[in-house]
Design a protein around this ligand. Structure first.
Ligand code: C6P
Length: 412
């Protein structure tokens, strides 16, 4: 795909109130969208409208505003189903975010279906939320974890795939939050299925940035977070094939996930509501729908092309800086719109603090992916991540500030 920017970034920026701020006395350069994205007025307004005009609980009230809230909440589910091309809204479970979605699969499917010594396959490029839940259930159930390694260039080393057998679930990241690497997820799903295993995709860094079609991928589960795609925090999605949801026991018990409750037994609600115990994040779901409307208004192909263009430009400018080392594949077509890097021996936190003085927000640390950093042999990296509201000028400001840091910290 050619990285030609075909979206009107200046117009987009006008929708984001935060860009009128200048916390360091300089126009804000926000390069931390992989951690959480900024929110357009349309999302903020949708949430505000809910609270101001029809705030009430869903699925419970038999009065007008509760019916309105229920309709808006369920319309959000249908909208999200269409966005990722799920077969039906019944395959969309609202959760708090990717972390909860992956925990749901680990606890409600794997913990209950797997037996001692069963294997779970992961990759070395996972975020902690796609490692730790599996470790927790592995410890409890005596399961075994195996990892597909990463090559030196930050891509997944699939050369030895044939040697992995007898795993029951393969859970992998679509696009790494550190390396930027976009995995060949279709191939990985096919591989899981060829071994009779389920395929789980952590799409936290993919759904916000590119067109995702779960039917085409044929994955069994796919997890993502609303707050990384212009939506509110505290809302996310677990997509699951309906037959899997039907055969799974609930994750949490409580109100709304039941059909009948007796003192010694209960019967569950239909899917997906069986997995949504308690009052859900109604405002969050409504805000997420507004975010999906906004993204589709831009067009996901345009989002992706814009990010390729920004990543290409950033790679070019950053590579000119002495001491710069970018991790992951350098071809912008093969990575998502983020760059994690080190600059000489400047500690990532010092660099991020220096950039903050210039009004530039980046993330520094291990980005909740310590095993990747262990593999790279660095304790921490600085990461700049891009989204629809970033401009080529933002990239220039970043490059200028990094050059200045290289001088101040005396990097040769
Ligand atoms: N990564 C980052 O700065 P939650 O926190 O549940 O919304 O998403 C977790 C998660 C799972 N997988 C991947 C690939 C992710 O990048 C994230 C979140 C943020 O990189 C915050 S640690």
């Amino acid at each position: 795909m050619e990285g030609q920017a075909s979206l009107d970034v200046q117009k987009i920026r006008e929708d984001f109130p935060i860009f009128s701020r200048a916390p360091r006395g300089k126009p804000l350069v926000y390069l931390d969208s992989a951690a959480t994205s900024q929110k357009p007025r349309q999302v903020i307004e949708a949430v505000k409208r809910f609270y101001e005009e029809y705030n009430s609980n869903v699925h419970r009230g038999i009065y007008s505003i509760s019916i309105e809230a229920t309709e808006a909440y369920e319309e959000a589910r249908r909208r999200i189903a269409r966005f990722i091309n799920a077969r039906s809204h019944r395959e969309i479970v609202f959760v708090r975010g990717t972390t909860e979605a992956l925990n749901l699969v680990a606890y409600a499917w794997a913990l209950r279906k797997l037996k001692k010594d069963d294997k779970i396959l992961l990759t070395e490029m996972e975020h902690h939320s796609n490692i730790v839940p599996w470790q927790l259930i592995a410890r409890e159930k005596g399961l075994k974890l195996e990892y597909i390694p990463i090559r030196g260039d930050g891509t997944l080393d699939t050369s030895g795939l044939d040697s992995y057998h007898d795993f029951r679930i393969f859970s992998f990241v679509y696009s790494s939050n550190v390396l930027g690497t976009i995995n060949d997820v279709k191939q990985l799903v096919r591989f899981a299925h060829s071994r009779g295993a389920l395929a789980v995709i952590d799409a936290a860094q993919a759904v916000p940035h590119m067109k995702i079609d779960v039917q085409e991928l044929d994955c069994d589960f796919l997890a993502f977070s609303g707050h990384k795609m212009l939506g509110p925090t505290g809302i996310g999605v677990l997509y699951a094939k309906r037959e899997l949801l039907e055969e799974m026991e609930p994750f949490m018990g409580g109100g709304e996930m039941i059909r009948e409750v007796h003192l010694h037994e209960s019967r569950w609600n239909d899917v997906p509501w069986k997995f949504e115990a308690g009052t859900p994040n109604i405002a969050g779901a409504i805000g997420l729908k507004a975010a999906v409307d906004y993204l589709e208004g831009i067009g996901m192909d345009n989002v992706r092309m814009h990010e390729i263009s920004l990543t290409r430009y950033a790679t070019e400018l950053l590579m000119e800086i002495p001491g710069m080392r970018i991790y992951g594949p350098l071809n912008p077509e093969k990575r998502s719109g983020l760059l994690a890097f080190t600059l000489g021996d400047i500690h990532a936190h010092d660099l991020a603090t220096f950039l903050d003085e210039e009004g530039i927000c980046v993330r520094a640390g291990h980005h909740c992916a310590m095993p990747i950093h262990t593999r790279l042999g660095v304790p921490a990296t600085t990461r700049a991540s891009f989204y629809v509201y970033n401009t080529h000028e933002d990239i220039e400001r970043l490059a200028e500030a990094l050059k200045k840091a290289a001088q101040v910290f005396k990097i040769v």
